[in-house]
Ligand binder design. Structure first.
Ligand code: ATP
Ligand code: MG
Length: 389
């Protein structure tokens, strides 16, 4: 549906930063920033495709390039068969001819209109042959105002809304036009936690119902995991990994992804022998068993193990129940509780297993005080093996 091929965009100078009181030195050498660096993506029709990454990784620049608000240095952007941008031939379809709906990080609403008029305006001004019937416009606007929880403000002046309400209005307005592709740049960033959660849910529901192909930008991993059909994790302008939320979470292909999406325990090691379905990884303290697969690096390779805190099972040292099955190939170690934090629905532990410090997230029924001896275990299937670099 939307194809992005080797898209690159760099900026030649320091970005002017107004208002942070720190004047950029006049003589400072301009520094090139590769905001987007050879990014290739293929977005399917009806997908909610998320660009996820830390601040400054190039999410907004990628989205603005797709929208036609930024001119990339290189690459191609296609909507179906239609070329929107081609760096080598110089083709660049103007933003208003691309048929894309957008909500940007800095959104603007029309102050002289009511909430309802704001949402219906882009439809009202469509050329006659493209414009839906009046009743259809009304129905669509009512629907999107409902989804964004703005129905009760329909007749209010848009200026008399809070920041979060204005953000929802910008979203409602874009949704009402039902564009070929929706581009959303952190559209929920100004909302409180509870409203954000409701809106996530409503937005995905509406997106699925209308089959709206959506590119969603966020730096919030939870939001990305909860909403996306697929996620592209970006780091310094490059794509680190693309995959379904579950795959990106459970099978991160790099330390960056494993660290950015959730937290992980990392242990350096070297690949040892295979025993049946398992592979032995030698680490400084103890061998760790992992499920072997086609992607497992060859024996002798330096690797990095990643273990999610929720994959670790913790029990009091006095417990007689074995934590892990299989005598010789089990991952079970004695440990000492270093600290614990009660989080309501779980308890976080920091454990010392020999020289290795491990973070574990457990059911609150596991109650161990700091200093207590414990056992910690992990299923080999939950030990992820990644290249060391
Ligand atoms: N107009 C510009 N001029 C110079 N540099 C820019 C410009 N816009 C972006 N950059 C730089 O390009 C990089 C990517 O910026 P971008 O806005 O795409 O990041 P982002 O992933 O959207 O971050 P955030 O989560 O903070 O919104 C950053 O290093 C940024 O400083
Ligand atoms: Mg941004």
């Amino acid at each position: 549906m939307l194809t992005i091929e080797s898209l690159s965009k760099s900026y030649g100078e320091h970005r002017p930063r107004s208002g942070d009181g720190e004047a950029e030195g006049e003589g400072a050498a301009p520094e090139r920033v590769n905001a987007v660096d050879a990014v290739s993506l293929e977005i399917q029709a009806g997908e909610l495709f998320t660009l996820l990454g830390p601040s400054g990784c190039g999410k907004t620049t990628t989205l603005r390039s797709i929208a036609g608000l930024e001119r990339p240095d290189r690459g191609r952007i296609l909507l179906g068969e239609r070329v929107l941008f081609d760096g080598s031939s110089g083709v660049s379809v103007p933003a208003n001819k691309r048929g894309l709906g957008m909500v940007f990080q800095s959104y603007a609403i029309w102050p002289h209109m009511t909430v309802f008029q704001n949402a219906s305006f882009p439809l009202d001004v469509l050329p006659r042959r493209k414009r839906p019937a009046k009743a259809e416009i009304r129905a669509r606007v009512e629907r999107v105002l409902e989804v964004t929880e703005l129905s009760s403000f329909a007749d209010r002046r848009a200026t008399k809304l809070s920041g979060g309400q204005q953000q929802r209005l910008a979203l409602a307005r874009a949704l009402a036009t039902q564009p070929d592709v929706m581009l959303l740049d952190e559209p929920l960033s100004n909302l409180d936690a509870k409203l954000r959660e409701t809106m996530r849910f409503e937005l995905t529901r509406l997106q699925r119902e209308l089959g709206l192909t959506t590119i969603y930008v966020t730096h919030d991993q939870t939001e990305a995991l909860a909403m996306s059909s697929r996620i592209a994790v970006l780091n310094e302008g490059r794509v680190e990994q693309v995959g379904r939320p579950r795959d990106v979470y459970t099978r991160p292909q790099s330390r960056f992804v494993a660290e950015f999406i959730g937290t992980s325990n990392f242990i350096a090691g070297r690949v040892g022998e295979r025993v049946g379905e398992l592979v032995r990884i030698e680490t400084a303290a103890t061998p760790v068993w992992s499920a072997a697969g086609a992607a497992t690096p060859a024996q002798g390779s330096e690797v990095l193990l990643a273990i999610r805190p929720e994959s670790l099972r913790v029990a009091a040292a006095s417990s007689t129940e074995p934590l892990a099955a299989g005598a010789a190939t089990r991952n079970e170690w004695p440990a000492t509780v270093v600290s614990q934090a009660f989080l309501g629905d779980s308890i976080d532990y920091v454990l010392a297993a020999g020289p290795t410090e491990l973070r574990a997230r457990c059911n609150p029924s596991v109650a161990l005080a700091p200093g207590a001896p414990a056992h910690v275990a992990v299923d080999p299937a939950d030990v992820l093996v990644m290249p060391a670099a």
